[in-house]
Design a protein around this ligand. Structure first.
Ligand SMILES: [Zn+2]
Length: 150
């Protein structure tokens, strides 16, 4: 009988299911524990130590390699705070665009700060088996923080 080990611990049920699906797709047996409790109340996540993804020890190397290929890394965690967190806005080259909100031309073409890893994006990506790793680009006014499309 093969030994079953905890491969990875997640604090986000969606992320846990994405990884689980990838492993199953590749023919590796795996299962999650504590998923239901955490899904119902995220506050329990810390108390329970997260959602555990179990695999057979013999699959460890293959599973690790697969996830690295997919862009996951050990300890990878897409935090469950819903993607509202502010990321540092990279100063971009002058675009010549004018902010429709305040008229400033101090406008850069940057990563969209508000849509990044929104729960809906993650959810849709999960259904389509596409990872939400591409980043939306948007115009960003450095004076009033307004963000707009062309
Ligand atoms: Zn502005």
């Amino acid at each position: 009988m093969d030994k079953i080990i905890v491969f990875e611990t997640f604090y986000n049920p969606i992320e846990a299911n994405i990884v689980k699906s990838r492993l199953l797709d590749s023919g590796m047996q795996c299962f999650l524990t504590d998923e239901h409790t955490i899904g119902m109340n995220p506050l329990y996540t810390q108390a329970l130590g997260g959602i555990k993804l179990h695999i057979f020890e013999r699959d460890l190397e293959q599973a690790t390699a697969l996830l690295q290929e997919e862009g996951f890394s050990p300890g990878f965690s897409m935090t469950s705070d819903g993607g509202e967190e502010e990321v540092p806005v990279k100063e971009a080259a002058t675009t010549g665009m004018e902010c429709p909100n305040c008229g400033s031309n101090h406008v850069g073409y940057v990563q969209a700060t508000k849509k990044r890893f929104g729960m809906l994006t993650v959810f849709i990506s999960f259904i389509l088996f596409v990872y939400p790793f591409h980043v939306n680009k948007t115009y960003h006014c450095f004076d009033c923080e307004h963000e707009f499309e062309k």
